[in-house]
Structure formats: C-alpha cells, structure tokens
Design a protein around this ligand. Structure first.
Ligand code: MEV
Length: 396
C-alpha cells in the first residue's frame, strides 16, 4: 500500500427487535451487521479531489482551487445541529449540484462535499485526495448503508486531515480508534446523515461507529455491554416499501384500536427487554437453551409485527421456508417487504444452513450468511484485505 493510503470500513445495521414500537417510545435493539462499506483514501498532489462510488459507477473530480474559492461560511452558522435543509440546498447551489435533486447519487456527492469542506477547512486546508468507496450493503434496504458511508468518510477525512490519529500500528492487520475519537467520528457522521436523510434518529451512525449492539429509546442511545456475535441469514425480499406509509399505518391502527394496539406495543417492548437480558446471559455462559429462547422471541415478535399490519406475503414466505428447515425468522426494519433475519443457532449443521439459504434464493430473494454484533468503524492494513474488496477498491 502506498504511504499515506488509508483503508477504513464500517458496518451496516439491523433492528433485532422493537421496530415500529420505538416510534411510540418503546425500546428497540439494533445490532451491527457484518456486511460493510469500505473506503480507500489516497493523498495526491495534483490539485484535484476525486470521489469514486464504485458500486454505482459514479466518479466525480473537483479542482481543489475551485472548491477553495467557494464561500461556505454559511455552513457554520445557526444554533440548530448542522447542517439544516437550507444549508444543504445552498451547498448544492455553490457546488453546482442540481437543486432539489434527491437522487441517492446526488445526496452521496453532497454529503461527501459537506464533510470534505467542513472537516478539511477546520484543519486549515483542502487536501488533494483520491477516494474510492465500495459496499457489501444493498442500498435502500433499511440496512444503514448511508450511515456506513458517512462513518467511513468522517473517519477517513478526520484521519487524513490529522483531526484524529491513525490507530494502525506496524504489523497490525486491523485497528480501531479510541473512544474519544469515535465520539468525534460519530458526530461528523451524524452531520453526513443529516445531509442525506434530513432528520435521522442517529441510531444508524452510532451502531456503525461503535459496532456491537445498542438499545434505543426516546432518543437515548446506549451500547449493550459486549454483546455476543450471532450468526444469521439476512434475506432481502426485494419487495419495495415505504417506511413512512408503514409507520403511518401503525399510528392509524393505534388510534383506531388503542386498547388492542397499545398492549401490543407494550408486549413488543417486553420482547426487546427480554432479548437484551438473554444476550447478556449468552455472553456470561453460552448455552443452547438461550438460543431457543431467542428463537421464541423472534417468532413472537414476527406475529406482533403482523398484528400491527406491517407484514407482507413475501415475509410470510421467508418465515415458512426457513421454518421448513427448523429455523426462525422475522422481518427487520419497516416491514411490508424489505429484509428479514433468520437466527442460526451454533449447533446447526452446515448442510441445513446451506439448504435454507438455497431455498430462499430459489424464492428470488437475495440472501447472505453473515453475523450481527460486528465491530464498528475500523482501519485496515492492505495485506489483511482480499478478493472482491481489493478488486473493488482498485488494488491496494
Ligand atoms: C425502520 O427501520 C424502523 C421503524 O421503527 C421506523 C423508525 O424507527 O423510524 C419502522
């Protein structure tokens, strides 16, 4: 790897339990997904900054001298946590990005420019850089792909501009930043998320920064103390859905049947709390019985979500197909299609897991065998990365 080249990665996320209930003040548990976004940053001296989004084939280059001329002082104004919608629209205007354009590519470019200009200017000078980003996460599937992107950008730009130190020592294959640097990375990543999503909760960037699992309730985020790593199948039914419409549907059902839906939400809250408790027990003394309880919680939560009206025929199919192989599944995220997770107990035979995965693929779904409780944002040595990651980042 050339001197000064940085490779960082950050995980996506799933919601283990508590989706929808969290909107009504209940507990949700989120966990880092070991499908990651990777970013390679290479310092240059040609006066240009290039961003290459390898998954979507977008490559954009700016002259550093031209960017230096932009008046971006407006980005640091106001008391509201930056950036506001008005600031983002103004940034697009000065950077020549089409106004009111909300395509994922334009939002990704705008978030990059925002983080690049504000982080580098704080450190005194805009740097000439070549940045390539590549992700294992499918976009728009509720798996936190934009947060993983913002976390990678924040970590790499802060390190390159010496706002934080590179924790990778000679001989390390992978390393992580100390707690105080993770705080800084998370704050900047949250700003990147605001460029992309307007007013996100901050859960996705927190889980991508710290990894593991966390509990979320009424805006309060706390890390679970050393959660265990759980093997799962992650399935994308590829059925499109609108989170906004599904959240509104649950709200309407709560208004229409308060004495039915209210207790349902309280019951989901109890599932999340019980799961948190069982995860602590798994860590202390792993035993098969804990995994059997986790499976029961998954089944109950899936039925609760169906009763809230956020199920879908594709998710029923996912649950039936895995049940036929003795496995337990639930939707994750907004529901109405989208993604589901299947817990893989440690005692399962490989052949059974492979058969279930194949059966899900045969339904036309995308399916990955992966884990949750993965490490948060990390910096890698070139020699530790292989195969598709190296290829996608254009060699290391
Ligand atoms: C979507 O990933 C999770 C929901 O609970 C919505 C939200 O928390 O904003 C359905």
């Amino acid at each position: 790897m050339r001197p000064g080249v940085l490779v960082v990665s950050a995980p996506g996320k799933i919601i283990l339990h508590g989706e929808h209930a969290v909107v009504h003040g209940k507990v949700a548990l989120a966990a880092a997904l070991n499908l990651r976004t990777f970013l390679k940053l290479q310092p240059l001296s040609d006066g240009k900054v290039t961003l290459n989004l390898a998954n979507i084939g977008i490559k954009q280059t700016w002259d550093v001298a031209n960017l230096q001329l932009l008046d971006t002082s407006f980005l640091e104004q106001g008391d509201v946590p930056a950036p506001t919608t008005e600031q983002v629209e103004k940034l697009k205007e000065v950077a020549g990005i089409p106004k009111n354009c909300a395509s994922p590519e334009h939002l990704a470019l705008t978030a990059f420019l925002y983080l690049y200009l504000t982080i580098c200017q704080k450190r005194g000078a805009l740097l000439s850089l070549d940045i390539t980003v590549w992700s294992e996460l499918p976009p728009g599937a509720g798996l936190g792909s934009s947060a993983a992107y913002s976390v990678c950008l924040a970590a790499a730009l802060l390190t390159a501009s010496e706002g934080i130190s590179n924790p990778l020592k000679d001989g390390d294959s992978v390393s992580r930043w100390p707690e105080e640097d993770l705080e800084v990375i998370n704050q900047w990543a949250f700003r990147g998320e605001r460029v992309i999503h307007g007013n996100p909760s901050g859960v996705d960037n927190a889980i991508s920064t710290w990894g593991g699992a966390l509990r979320y309730q009424q805006g309060k985020i706390s890390s679970l103390n050393r959660p265990p790593t759980l093997q799962i199948l992650l399935t994308n039914t590829k059925v499109p859905r609108s989170t906004k419409a599904l959240v509104a549907g649950v709200r309407n059902r709560l208004i229409k049947f308060p004495e039915i839906v209210g207790p349902l939400l309280t019951s989901i809250d109890a599932v999340s709390r019980k799961c948190e408790h069982v995860l602590a027990e798994v860590l202390a003394a792993p035993a098969l019985e804990h995994y059997l309880v986790l499976e029961e919680l998954i089944d109950m939560n899936q039925h609760q979500l169906n009763a809230l009206g956020v199920g879908h025929a594709s998710l029923d199919q996912l649950c039936q197909v895995t049940a036929a192989h003795g496995l337990h599944s639930k939707l994750t995220g907004a529901g109405g299609g989208g993604c589901g997770i299947t817990l893989l107990r440690p005692d399962l035979e490989r052949a059974k897991v492979e058969a279930a995965r194949q059966a899900l693929m045969d339904c036309g779904f995308d399916c990955w065998e992966t884990s949750i409780g993965a490490p948060g944002v990390s910096v890698h040595s070139a020699s530790s990365l292989h195969g598709p990651v190296c290829q996608a980042l254009g060699g290391l």
